[in-house]
Design a protein around this ligand. Structure first.
Ligand code: SF4
Ligand code: SF4
Length: 316
């Protein structure tokens, strides 16, 4: 009887986490429909139209999305000399209304990293200065991509022969720039292909230098995720780089109740459990986003012993 009551209490205490895990599993299977089709006797190809209309539902190069997530579509369109007003507007609106709930609750790569972090290892944090420096990596990647792809699109309209030459020089990067920085691309596309083409027929020598760099880098990121939760989201993910620039202004945010919160010296649990290493207590009581890094996983809200973390929408 006592153990049943204890179990119920534990479930209630972890209700946000349990709900998030259920949604993550469901989203993982739905987004990567091939997994779902393998398990269940259904044909989800009928959803193709919906998924293409709402590319934000896709992980890059999901077979249904015909090769892209929304960011890839945006850069692909730019590279063709067409400014992606509609896609940018959809992305900005979704981020303004839902902040980064997608990252915290739906993204399959986030779920994979959460799974790695669930392994009981001693979780580590970078020093504040190292963390701040590492945060810039993803912005550098996205700026380099814009600097290359935006002029490519301009040359298409200005000087077509030069555009063809430029595009050929860029190779696959011209059509799929985000793929190079995407852990999703590595896990769902690159690694399965590598496994099929290189490891199975025993042609290890076929892997070029660039291929080894990709393999080692992403494998390292996955291994580090066991000790540093959401390390890819924090420092590499191009979607995180773009979205964090918008979510600072999102209507949906978290706040701290100044009456209930007892501060870092007496508590600080919210910061300890935050997988994004956000300095919540350095931010104003009115709202905190960790400069757009918060993915609304709500770990801080659930673990706060004084119920001081609040969900806010607009000025409410
Ligand atoms: S866990 Fe709650 S009470 Fe403790 S420092 Fe964080 S917000 Fe304040
Ligand atoms: S601040 Fe809270 S909701 Fe945001 S990422 Fe950290 S723990 Fe999750």
């Amino acid at each position: 009887m006592i153990s049943l009551r204890f179990k119920r209490l534990k479930i209630r205490k972890n209700s946000i986490k349990i709900s998030r895990r259920i949604i993550q599993i469901f989203a993982f299977l739905l987004i990567n429909y091939i997994i779902l089709e393998t398990i269940l006797p259904i044909n989800l190809i009928s959803l193709e139209g919906i998924v293409k209309v709402l590319p934000i539902l896709n992980s890059p190069r999901n077979p249904l999305s015909n090769g892209a997530g929304i960011l890839e579509y945006i850069f692909f369109s730019m590279g063709l000399g067409i400014f992606p007003f509609l896609l940018l507007a959809i992305l900005i609106l979704v981020l303004l209304f839902t902040n980064r709930v997608f990252c915290g609750w739906i993204c399959p790569i986030g779920s994979i990293q959460d799974l790695c972090a669930a392994v009981p290892t001693k979780k580590r944090k970078f020093s504040i200065s190292t963390h701040k420096r590492l945060l810039n990596i993803k912005y550098i990647f996205i700026i380099i991509t814009i600097i290359i792809i935006f002029p490519l699109g301009i040359t298409k309209n200005a000087n077509f022969p030069f555009y063809i030459d430029f595009k050929n020089q860029l190779g696959i990067f011209a059509d799929q720039p985000i793929g190079f920085f995407s852990l999703s691309e590595f896990i769902f596309v690159y690694f399965p292909q590598l496994f099929q083409n290189v490891f199975l027929p025993v042609q290890l020598g076929a892997l070029e230098f660039g291929g080894w760099i990709i393999l080692i880098s992403y494998s390292l990121i996955i291994v580090l995720s066991f000790w540093y939760p959401r390390i890819y989201c924090r420092y590499i993910c191009p979607f995180a780089a773009v979205s964090s620039a918008v979510t600072e202004y999102s209507f949906l945010k978290l706040a701290r109740n100044p009456v209930k919160c007892v501060g870092r010296s007496e508590c600080g649990i919210c910061e300890e459990v935050c997988p994004k290493q956000i300095r919540i207590l350095d931010e104003p009581f009115e709202f905190f986003t960790g400069k757009g890094e918060c993915n609304l996983c709500l770990e801080c809200k659930e673990k706060c012993p004084h119920d001081a973390v609040l969900i806010k929408f607009g000025n409410v």
